[in-house]
Design a protein around this ligand. Structure first.
Ligand code: SF4
Length: 313
């Protein structure tokens, strides 16, 4: 077993630094105990093309969240906290089971609040034969100190950069300091893995893709984020401009976030991307704005020992 610097009885793992006691309910803001909890391990086809490729991305969706956005598409696991608790060994076995499905990579979605256990599970899985590139798929709300635990274990970072404006992030994700921390976290991710590297089939082996979902009535915020990316990283990182915003969970109570994005809003942000001289990007079709792409979080694909233990209890 490996030692970590974090005292999870007084948790400061993420920028929320809520000092929750992770050893007993009600835990902290992320509603998570010390052991990793996940809701699905599946072959995912809907990531960016160099991640999903032809055989898909082996994706583990973790339960709980340190952000808990009011519009979250995955609210049944991020807020309602459905899922299965796993041991480190069971999580490592889950990783290895995905590898057996011939996927292009192992993709860890919102794992930050379980980072010490995830680090242990990655090390264990690598000792037992995990060779896939590891994708760390993050809300962007992470500390540099915690991310440093992942150095050498993660090949591809897929962080969100959700908001620039403090009032917007306070309203939608209860954290006015979102951009302050996300900017530093993304800088650390770029430092760790550097510029993108692809294999002969165009699949990403290393690098960073910054995701930004354009929100209704928030085009100017999107443009500030793109300008920051250009000023900070030049044209060296990939940017994925998401237009999949679908008003789910509590979004109807937060107008104008109760509606989908218009084509004009999305294209205006794409135009800004191009006007900055950015060339490494991905865009989404209008048809991606639907809840149909939200997976069914039924615990499938997770280590059988953990799921049968849950069924027995
Ligand atoms: S990881 Fe969870 S318990 Fe720890 S500081 Fe963040 S929100 Fe609080």
């Amino acid at each position: 077993m490996y030692l970590h610097v974090y005292d999870l009885t007084d948790c400061t793992l993420c920028p929320r630094r809520c000092h929750g006691d992770r050893t007993r309910p009600p835990y902290g803001y992320c509603q998570s105990g010390t052991a990793p909890k996940a809701a699905l391990a599946s072959v995912h086809q809907y990531e960016e093309p160099p991640i999903s490729g032809t055989r898909g991305s082996g994706t583990v969706f973790f339960s709980g969240c340190a952000l808990r956005c009011v519009f979250c598409q995955n609210y049944t696991i991020s807020q309602e906290n459905n899922g299965v608790t796993l041991t480190t060994e069971e999580l490592a076995d889950t990783f290895l089971s995905l590898q057996e499905k011939q996927v292009h990579n192992l993709n860890l979605v919102t794992a930050g609040h379980f980072l010490p256990s995830v680090v242990d599970a990655l090390r264990l899985a690598k000792e037992q034969g995990l060779t896939l590139p590891v994708v760390y798929n993050s809300s962007g709300y992470e500390t540099v100190e915690a991310l440093s635990l992942l150095e050498g274990l993660v090949d591809i970072y897929l962080p969100d950069c959700k908001y620039y404006d403090t009032a917007l992030s306070a309203k939608l994700s209860h954290c006015p300091d979102y951009f302050f921390h996300a900017a530093k976290a993304i800088g650390e991710m770029v430092r760790q893995v550097g510029e993108a590297v692809f294999d002969e089939n165009g699949l990403m082996q290393r690098g960073v893709i910054i995701r930004h979902m354009v929100l209704p009535s928030a085009r100017e915020d999107s443009k500030k984020i793109l300008s920051w990316i250009k000023e900070t990283f030049g044209d060296t990182v990939y940017v994925s401009l998401l237009r999949q915003y679908t008003p789910m969970y509590l979004a109807k109570e937060f107008p104008p976030f109760h509606r989908k994005l218009t084509t004009f809003e999305y294209e205006d942000v794409v135009d800004h991307f191009l006007s900055l001289g950015l060339t490494h990007g991905f865009r989404q079709e209008k048809s991606s704005a639907t809840s149909a792409y939200t997976p069914l979080f039924d615990g499938s694909g997770l280590c059988r020992r953990a799921t049968s233990r849950k069924e027995e209890s």
